[in-house]
Structure formats: structure tokens, C-alpha cells
Design a protein around this ligand. Sequence first.
Ligand SMILES: [Zn+2]
Length: 337
Amino acid sequence: MPPHPESWLRVTEAGLFCEPGGFYIDPTRAVPRAVITHGHSDHARPGHMSVLGTPETLAIMRLRMGEERAGLTQQPLAYHSPLDINGVRVTLVPAGHVLGSAQVVMDWQGSRAVVSGDYKRSPDPTCPPFEPVTCDVFVTEATFALPVFTHPKPADEIAKLLRSASLFPERTHVIGAYSLGKAQRMIALLRQSGWDRPVHLHGAHVAMCALYEELGVKLGPLLPATVKDKAALVGAMVLAPPSAIADRWARRLNDPIPCMASGWMRIRARARQGGVELPLVISDHADWPELLRTAREVQAPEIWITHGREDALIHALSGMGIRGRALHLVGLEEGEE
Ligand SMILES: [Zn+2]
């Protein structure tokens, strides 16, 4: 009988620890050996001795935290290239969340666990799609694990934005989007919808967009959004960090319309609170139907939930004959969406 993953994949104060492999996955504090699913700051933290991740994730970590803090040694591992770590076979498989994002597939003595990190199932032109891997234990997030969270089609949300742009040709649309993943996806979605004019960037987005381009994700013409040159921003699309869309910087633009791209925009009160005039429900996390579909497809008899709204999900899983277990991992916030 192969060992149950419970006996070799443990919850510790620093996060999930693969005991025979001697490595942590997305540890919340500095550890000797870390495997990182993706570059968001609640998963990729500075100060580890050795870091393993996809080449894209390692590049993102170097950009965000600097060469020194992104791991004393960095070991790139491409998708679908199994690596033996102390007898544990580790394979990284696309998670469809942001560029470089990976599920960590671990095989040990005939038992398989998959840690998905964050993921989504809806198509994203900036990263390869999530691939379901059958396993004994699937570890999932539950950020949007309530039936109310059914994300609309991204193309329909972009259509709303373009409609607003044609209704208000003099105004500047300032779109709040997190700098890793969401900003680039918004640009790519705009391009898919036929927006071929330059997209203007708040300074906080420039370096990450340049890195995406360097890594082969084409984003089309990008220009800095400089307040000094307000005239150039008439009718423009400006991407900014969520915190900037209603601040002084944004107010100095041309009669700005604050927009926000996030799964949380499904909740109207949240949009109102943030001063968002045009909420765009575009998420890089699985919605409720995607969570259930994924649970079916990976065929795991048991699903562990790292963080988020686990109660509703555990209930729904039990109706499907799947045992759900809440891990209550700390340090994984809704943070970067
Ligand atoms: Zn993430």
C-alpha cells in the first residue's frame, strides 16, 4: 500500500513541508529549501537558501526582491521536466494563474500529491493553461469558494470598458490592476478585443511589463502615463496599481474614470468602498464552478484547502464523495489578486 500523503506532506508553522524531499512549498518564512509555485508576494518570499521554481518565476522573484534576496541559489525547473529530490519526484505543471505559475506534482513511493498554488481555468493569453493531474491528494486555494462567485467572461468585461471609452472619449480610464499578472492580462485582453492604441502605464507597472515582454509575452505599444503630458492621455487607457486609481496622481489625469479589474468586483460594496466607478470582474483565481470542475477532473479522493472560504467547499466536496480538509495555512492572504 502506498503511504497516504498525510504521512509525508506535513503542515508546519512555515507552511507545507515535504518530509522525505526536505523542502517546503511556498514557505511563509525563510527556509533552507523552498519550491515556489509563483511570484506573488504571499507565495514567493525573500531569504531562502535554495529556491526551485520555473525559470519565469525565478526571474520574477529576482525583479521583485533583488538578486540577493531571491534565494542564495536558484534552481530553474521547466514545466514537465521531472526532478528527483531525495527520492521524491517533483514535476512542475502549468497552473494558469500568472506567467511562470506552476502546480507542484510530487510522487513518492507510489503516492501522489499536487499542490496547485493559485490557479484559474479561464483562458489567459499571458500564460499556459492549467493542466489537471490525477492524484491522491489535491491541495487547492479557496479564494472565491462561494456559489456567488461565478466570474463572467473576461471578453464581456473588456467590452464594457471599451463601451465606456467610446461613450466618454475625452476622459481617461484609469484601471487598477495588480502589477504581476493582472496588469499584463488586462493589456493582452485589450489587444484581443482590438485595442491597438498605446496602453499607458503607471510607473509601478513598467518593470514587470518589460520582464513579461523579455520572457516572450507580447503586449504591444506601451507608454508611461506622465501627468505632465495630460493631453496625450485624452481617451487613453491607463493601468495603475489598485491603490493609485483614486489618489492624487489619478486625480491629476484628464477627468479620470476609476476602474478596477478584480474578482472582488463581484461585490458591489467593495467597488463602492474603493471609489471604483467601473468595476471589471476579471480574476486570476478559480471561481466556484472552476473549483468544483477541477475537483472532479483531478479525481483525488481527498482535497486539502490551504486558505480562503473552506466551509462551503468542504460541504460541496462531500456531496461529490470527496473528503475535504482545511489546512488553515497562515500568511496566504487574498492579497494580490
Ligand atoms: Zn497568486
